[in-house]
Ligand binder design. Sequence first.
Ligand code: NUP
Length: 210
Amino acid sequence: MKRLILALDVYERERALEIAECTADYLWAVKVNWPLIIGSGLGIITELRQVTGLPVIADLKLADIPNTNRLIAKRVFDAGADYIIAHGFVGRDSVNAIMELGETIIVVEMSHPGAEEFIQPATDKLIELTNELEPFGVIAPATRPERVAYIRSKLKPGIKILTPGVGAQGGRGDEVLKAGADYVIVGRSIYASENPREAARNLHQEIAGV
Ligand code: NUP
């Protein structure tokens, strides 16, 4: 089973397509974030789907009023995105506006140190919101496996946990999967490595046995 998601945070279209193509064998999905969309345009989503045959996750962390979230999500789903990542702290109406258009992933906690300031104190409420709305999944920190275990214990069964923070941010894929994550998201440790295919293969093997 494939549980690795590539965070393709490069600007250049050709480099992005090249890395996605050579790592696709080891991936469940490709995640695009603002750097790639700003650098290459929204059309990169369609191209990545064509080149890899994999689902594409648009990590826009939408956090706006319902109408603006809807306007953005519409174009991003139309471009071929299979999932959109959204912030939950803006409230259920804003998240619902995206969920009405397609599969959504809600951020319940982030992986960086600053997440402890504002997001972590709100995690319980974000989990409540998630359990009520039942989106495809949530984002939780691979840098804090104990928090992933906690989030898993509170989350309705069936809601997937996707965890960034493996590699460059210090988290370990096998540990976070053991804690209850379903997928690990990895960027720099793959795309900035000398041999992205080899790096993806190693990560895939590290987590395949969990
Ligand atoms: O809490 C989060 N942490 C995080 O790193 C939520 C995210 N969406 N991300 C994203 O995951 C981040 O923006 C980047 O696209 C990827 C991690 O990349 P790297 O640290 O493996 O290079």
